[in-house]
Design a protein around this ligand. Structure first.
Ligand code: DQQ
Length: 525
């Protein structure tokens, strides 16, 4: 963009920032990143440079609508407090005239370079590049755009989103796509200059039918989808750069993608081996049991070597409510990804703990409590909380974490954990009474989590107004809830008296229950 464009967008940024605070509603998260105003979706261009984290994101500053999407930009030194930066990319006449869609930032021998998808209504997206100043604040689109287009001869449903890395002296990238009647895919390309790209072939292909055993059928929570959005390939779990192809024998390669098809939105990953021009999957994993509430994740390897992931927390209420409030979409908290016995495992980055205040030991670890069916332990009041709970659930046992509840339970959001297998437990988020507002979504979210032989469950729940991020034995479940009553602030841990209509006779041990209120953080203007 020219200097004039940049200046006018900076002014607009300051104006929209101050308006944003006036527009805040009770459902606006206070310690998650939200855009200064308007629309936010995918995280983009994640990087850390000289200690500073850069979070770019899909953003419409002018309307609460997924239209004419820009790249917003924010910076942070601690991953939890963010400073608004000038808009990085805006649509302009040419291949991105209707939107600058998702992409990444790479260092091209000292030249910061964005690789992103140019969007024009009615066309498949095309790959574009823009180069930046050293402070990553001002970006110039390359006159050669588009630099990569869908390869001929493939019947593609979509072609967009980029993962770019340096390998063996050349650039490689995968672009998300979907091949009609086959499934989602990541198409592999190679280049010496980030401008001229040679198509190699599909790095991996999903199974839209779900009949091959690679993921479930179309209604399954691990269906690999018709299209893969936001593909991301990296090596996890060994020393080194974490770049694809740079991993040793230790650890695993990971191919992360968001499976999409009309009303299907869920993030998945394959673990396996990237070798030559192919990715051989050995395992398929759900990245979040909350499906669309944690969508389009992108990762970065930070300067300390951690694999950090952000995702887009989509709204789960009527768009009209978001329009009235003037904002839509939040960024997840930063999650650190690791492997635990062959399964991807996630935890909030420890930086999140710096937001804790007012600690409360509801059940100290020195005095565990055996909870009989029908008995409950009251937790803290609030909707801006961090809870840590250690439980031991014997076979057949069930525990409920109740959040955002009114005293009469007319509104409540209930996380149920049931030890229904030796080594697994089923987690289910019941939102049937989350809100008296009938336009909010009530769909259950559920899945299985690993449990040790002793039935121990380690649970962390981060509640920030309408956002809920829960981590249960390393498996995340993200959801949105929008209670209407001002007294929907109660929390409790309980063992239900009945399960599935039958009396429950199994006690659950609460080994520890600690809670904190959380400070405001997110975006500092
Ligand atoms: N969002 C972007 C696309 C991507 C989708 C457009 C995923 O590039 O495929 O805003 O949420």
């Amino acid at each position: 963009m020219s200097d004039d464009d940049t200046t006018s967008i900076r002014v607009a940024t300051a104006e929209r920032a101050s308006e944003a605070r006036d527009l805040a509603d009770r459902h606006l998260p206070r310690y998650h990143f939200v855009a200064p105003q308007g629309w936010l979706n995918d995280p983009n261009g994640l990087t850390q440079q000289d200690g500073v984290y850069h979070l770019f994101y899909q953003h419409n500053p002018y309307a609460v609508a997924h239209e004419r999407v820009h790249w917003g930009h924010a910076t942070s030194r601690d991953l939890v407090t963010w400073t608004d930066e000038p808009i990085a990319l805006a649509p302009s006449p040419g291949p991105d005239e209707d939107g600058c869609w998702s992409g990444v930032l790479v260092d091209d021998d000292g030249v910061p370079t964005l690789v992103y998808s140019g969007h024009r209504e009615g066309h498949l997206e095309v790959g574009c590049v823009a180069t930046g100043t050293a402070d990553l604040r001002t970006w110039t689109k390359d006159p050669a755009n588009p630099v990569v287009e869908a390869p001929p001869g493939l019947d593609l449903l979509a072609f967009r989103d980029h993962c770019v890395w340096r390998e063996g002296g050349v650039w490689r990238q995968i672009i998300g796509a979907g091949i009609r009647d086959l499934g989602g895919t990541a198409l592999l390309f190679e280049s010496t200059d980030l401008r001229a790209w040679r198509y190699i072939g599909p790095l991996a292909v999903g199974d839209a039918t779900g009949r091959s055993g690679l993921g479930g059928p179309p209604d399954a929570k691990d269906w690999t989808g018709a299209v893969w959005e936001c593909v991301d390939l990296f090596h996890l779990g060994s020393p080194g750069t974490g770049a694809p192809g740079a991993g040793g024998a230790e650890g695993t390669d990971v191919l992360m993608f968001s499976a999409w098809h009309f009303d299907t939105f869920h993030p998945l990953c394959f673990t396996g081996t990237y070798r030559g021009d192919a990715f051989e999957p050995t395992g398929l994993h759900r990245l979040d049991l909350g499906e669309r509430a944690f969508y389009a994740p992108q990762s970065l390897r930070d300067e300390t070597g951690r694999r950090i992931i952000f995702g887009w927390l989509q709204e789960e209420r009527a768009l009209s409510a978001s329009i009235t409030e003037g904002w839509s979409g939040a960024m997840s908290l930063p999650r650190v990804m690791s492997m635990d016995s062959g399964i991807p495992s996630f935890a909030p980055a420890p930086e999140v703990d710096t937001l804790r205040r007012d600690p409360a030991q509801i059940v100290p670890d020195t005095h565990p409590v055996a909870l009989r069916p029908g008995i409950e332990v009251a937790g803290p009041m609030g909707d801006q909380l961090d809870l840590e709970i250690d439980l031991a659930i014997p076979a057949g046992g069930v525990a409920h974490l109740v959040l955002l509840a009114t005293p009469d339970r007319a509104e409540q959001t209930v996380l149920q954990i049931g030890r229904d297998h030796d080594q697994m437990a089923t987690v289910r988020l019941d939102r049937s009474r989350s809100s008296l507002d009938p336009t909010t979504w009530t769909t259950d979210r559920s899945g299985q989590i690993p449990v040790g032989a002793d039935g121990s469950i380690s649970l962390r729940a981060l509640l920030d107004h309408s956002t809920l991020e829960v981590f249960i034995n390393g498996q995340p479940l993200t959801a949105r809830a929008y209670p209407t009553r001002t007294d929907a602030l109660h929390t409790a841990l309980t063992v239900p008296a009945h399960v599935g209509g039958q009396p429950n006779i199994v006690d659950v041990t609460v080994a520890r229950f600690e809670a904190w209120r959380m400070k405001d953080a997110g975006l500092w203007i």
